[in-house]
Write a protein of this length. Structure first.
Length: 359
């Protein structure tokens, strides 16, 4: 038996309880978690913004040590440190064949499976494949990647979502060039990783936008050069900070229609807006045909930072070792499993950066 945070049903409170994992079968890996980040996507799954089979164990950003491997698993062995990969590519669908592995059609197929049981025998699903809100988990072999040399396990957990997403939004989706100006909406875990990544890309101006004045020091420590409190005049303020033109690039990490619209309006003519935040289907964003023609701006979605974890983890590790990426700087609170509900509440209130469960 291991302790886990179980979501009984969408909208229900999490239950910290014992669950039973099966013997590790062929093509499977059992991992003892060292740490797991609490991401806004977990909140979206728990409240129904995104669909998930229940009952389940959420948590998709984690790292730990391999306890056991099943037949056919050769890329990791017991005792190895691993990062959980919640969106593994199948390698054979259309998107994988053309190199867009972050859009793999089968990436979340494992989330519908039964991977464990509660103490009374009820079937449990692994939220987003990896069920990291538990002391241990059992995952498909393609859901684990070796931790790069020199990266502590607790820090490595952040590579599994926040850093891959923030770094990818800058380098793969928006493709920020040296000297460009960047505005980032939302100073959470992904936003903080985005600031650091914009700095790595050589952005000349990095503007943070958030509803909370309390996050300014956090944003500036991560690389923001300017800080704007969100208001009805946000787009105007950003133009004032960018020579009257607007930012070259906007990264939206909130997932709200109003914020997406403001991010788009905050860019210059011909600017680029990348939407990282996950919003509900009721969040409708409107544009008129004339403004689309006149401004010539680009608006694009961004899934998992448009990243390939098998390729990008080594790149991120090199930035960490060189001191360009500070993983611990993304963490504003270290908690236990019982601290997840409070972490969700803080997200809803716009407080803090990344809460990290340390086992």
């Amino acid at each position: 038996m291991v302790r886990a945070a179980v979501l009984p049903a969408v909208g229900s409170p999490l239950e910290i309880t014992d669950i039973e994992l099966p013997e590790t079968g062929p093509g499977r890996v059992r991992v003892r978690l060292a740490a797991a980040g609490v991401c806004h996507s977990d909140l979206s799954l728990s409240n129904g913004t995104m669909r998930v089979p229940t009952p389940c164990v959420l948590g998709h950003e984690g790292a730990g040590t391999v306890v056991a491997v099943g037949d056919g698993v050769t890329h990791v062995a017991p005792g190895d440190g691993v990062v959980l990969n919640w969106a593994p590519s199948c390698g054979s669908c259309h998107h994988c064949r053309i190199g867009e592995v972050w859009l793999c059609a089968g990436a979340l197929a494992g989330a519908a499976s039964v991977y464990a049981r509660t103490a009374d025998g009820a079937e449990l699903h692994p939220g987003l494949n990896v069920a990291a809100f538990a002391q241990e988990t059992d995952v498909a072999a393609n859901c684990v990647l070796p931790v790069p040399d020199g990266i502590p396990l607790t820090d490595a957990a952040l590579l599994g979502c926040a850093v891959l997403t923030g770094y990818g939004a800058i380098h793969h989706s928006a493709r920020v060039r040296e000297g460009e100006s960047v505005v980032v909406f939302g100073v959470g875990g992904v936003g903080l990783a985005t600031f650091q990544s914009a700095r790595i890309a050589g952005a000349s101006t990095v503007i943070a936008v958030d509803v909370s004045a309390e996050k300014e020091a956090l944003a500036r420590a991560a690389g923001a050069t300017e800080y704007v409190i969100a208001s009805d005049s946000t787009a105007k303020e950003i133009r004032g900070l960018t020579g009257g033109q607007g930012a070259d690039v906007a990264i939206e990490c909130v997932g709200r229609a109003a914020t997406i619209r403001t991010a788009w309006e905050s860019t210059r003519r011909g600017g680029r807006t990348t939407v990282v935040g996950i919003g509900g289907k009721d969040q409708q964003v409107s544009f008129n045909a004339l403004e689309l023609f006149h401004w010539g701006r680009t608006l694009s979605g961004c899934v998992y930072g448009n990243s390939d974890p098998s390729r990008d983890l080594s790149v991120l590790a090199e930035h960490v070792r060189a001191g360009r990426l500070d993983l611990s700087g993304l963490v504003t609170e270290r908690i236990g499993l019982d601290g997840i509900p409070a972490a969700f509440d803080n997200m809803l209130a716009g407080k803090g950066g990344r809460a990290l469960i340390v086992f």
